[in-house]
Design a protein around this ligand. Structure first.
Ligand SMILES: [Ca+2]
Length: 472
């Protein structure tokens, strides 16, 4: 018979005291695809893309059609997921500094209930750049500003795609058997660079549906094809995660949330506050708690992720959190969730600022959206538009050629090469591609003011450093 020493006994008693025996706490899993917009999944109505595993998962839980990330970029959006707050209120304006040590995150809060916590890949999104330069490294080390080693029990810094199952097993092996777990799994797909032949049978670019916010050009189709291939590859990796968890018995008492971290890296997408930059797939499964095959069109925010997992673990949100638990919506107790979503665009990536910096690297804007209308407030409209990540690819290069040849449709010409305005107001019902700016039109003055006031409140409560759109 195995003997245990005093320390092991104490640790066991401590863990047991943190977990109520009557109703076992659910295991919690957050899985993120990288740069993934609605509708690029079969479950969201994409007729061509091959995502059988996520489509099946959607049928086993709830599909949220209007989940909007709090930022159109990885670092600030993930900040909101893990803190329940906006990236502005968390002081996460750049990719080049880690999440401040004084801001608590979901895994640390779950530890109060005895959760064993881990991050699989892409931890660097909230811990400064993956490979900081020597000066930053020295500053980080001297001041102890990189915190993720302390925030979680298990940290996989950057394993390869083919190691996903092994890494999750490693995490589960380390977990004390009497503790529930929280695991955050981060895929690299479909983040740019989009590999050619990422899957055995690549999508035929000629058969894809080109969204109306993009011009139908050969380069755009080529990019969309490789993007779709990476979504399909991610779909297979998603199934590896499910299979690994389910083989170890973690299906029934396990809440799994799958989401994109921000929109696709195409014009109007990643880096912009238009819907394709913010509206991501969001699927939730919790057997016995979330009705299989359910859907919701309620507005939801990336800020809501942490309060949702906290409520599932029996914990209240912190007072500083602006997010709101999705559990009443997910479990069918309510059909409405929130009146507005907000999002913020700040600095992108690690570039410094020079005379040739464009909007892909530096752009400061905010938005507020309700069910029907969106107000965007651009503080740097003079920055030349340039797509994030994919500017050298065939799509943008074809768009540049068409622009120079005067062959773009007027709406694409205006959207990507026109003069940018400080205020943009869109009616998403009549203009889902956000082409026709209604700001300043007298017949829309009431809704413009209503959204402006909502944004003013958000910016004041978040201690936003930008000027207010209105100062009433
Ligand atoms: Ca991303």
């Amino acid at each position: 018979m195995a003997t245990i020493n005093r320390r092991q006994l104490a640790a066991g008693l401590l863990a047991a005291s943190q977990v109520p025996a009557a109703s076992p706490l659910p295991n919690l899993v957050l899985i993120l695809s990288d740069d993934h917009s609605v509708p690029f999944l079969g479950a969201y109505g994409d007729p061509v893309i091959q995502t059988p595993n996520l489509d099946r998962f959607a049928r086993e839980g709830m599909r949220l059609d209007r989940m909007f990330t709090a930022a159109p970029q990885c670092v600030p959006s993930r900040t909101a997921f893990l803190t329940g707050r906006s990236p502005v209120s968390c002081r996460m304006g750049r990719f080049t500094s880690p999440l401040p040590a004084d801001i608590p995150t979901l895994p640390e809060l779950l530890r109060h209930k005895g959760y064993f916590t881990g991050v699989c890949r892409r931890w660097f999104h909230l811990d400064g750049p993956a490979n900081p330069g020597p000066v930053s490294t020295k500053i980080f080390d001297e001041h102890g500003v990189r915190t993720w080693e302390r925030r979680v029990d298990w940290l996989d810094k950057n394993s390869r795609r083919d190691q996903t199952g092994a890494k999750i097993n490693e995490f589960l092996d380390k977990r004390p058997k009497d503790r529930p777990f929280f695991l955050w799994v981060n895929f690299n797909d479909p983040h740019h660079v989009w590999d050619r032949n990422a899957i055995p049978k690549p999508h035929d670019p000629n058969k894809l549906r080109v969204p109306a916010f993009l011009p139908d050009l050969p380069g755009v189709r080529d990019d969309l094809g490789r993007y779709s291939d990476e979504v399909a590859r991610m779909d297979s990796e998603f199934q590896v995660v499910l299979d690994t968890l389910e083989k170890r018995g973690f299906k029934e008492n396990t809440l799994i949330l799958f989401m994109g971290d921000n929109g696709l890296a195409f014009p109007h997408g990643k880096g912009s506050l238009y819907d394709p930059g913010l509206n991501v797939p969001c699927l939730a499964r919790w057997p016995g708690r979330i009705k299989p095959g359910s859907t919701s069109a309620a507005l939801a925010s990336g800020e809501d992720v942490t309060p949702t997992f906290l409520e599932a673990a029996g914990l209240p949100p912190l007072p500083a959190m602006s997010g709101k638990s999705l559990l009443p919506l997910l479990t069918g107790k309510t059909a409405r969730h929130r009146e507005y979503i907000f999002a913020a665009r700040n600095v992108h990536g690690g570039a410094t600022f020079t005379e040739t910096t464009k909007a892909n690297s530096f752009d400061l804007s905010r938005c507020v959206r309700n069910d029907r209308y969106k107000l965007i407030f651009n503080c740097t409209p003079q920055m030349e538009y340039w797509p994030v990540d994919s500017a050298a690819d065939p799509g943008w290069q074809d768009m540049l050629k068409a622009h120079r040849a005067g062959k773009l449709k007027p709406e694409h010409e205006q959207a990507y090469f026109g003069k940018r305005q400080v205020l943009e107001l869109y009616d998403l019902q009549t203009d889902p591609n956000e082409f026709h700016n209604l700001a300043g039109k007298p017949e829309y003055a009431a809704i413009q003011r209503q959204l402006g006031v909502a944004l003013q409140e958000k910016m004041i409560l978040d201690y936003d450093y930008l000027p207010l759109p209105y100062n009433e």
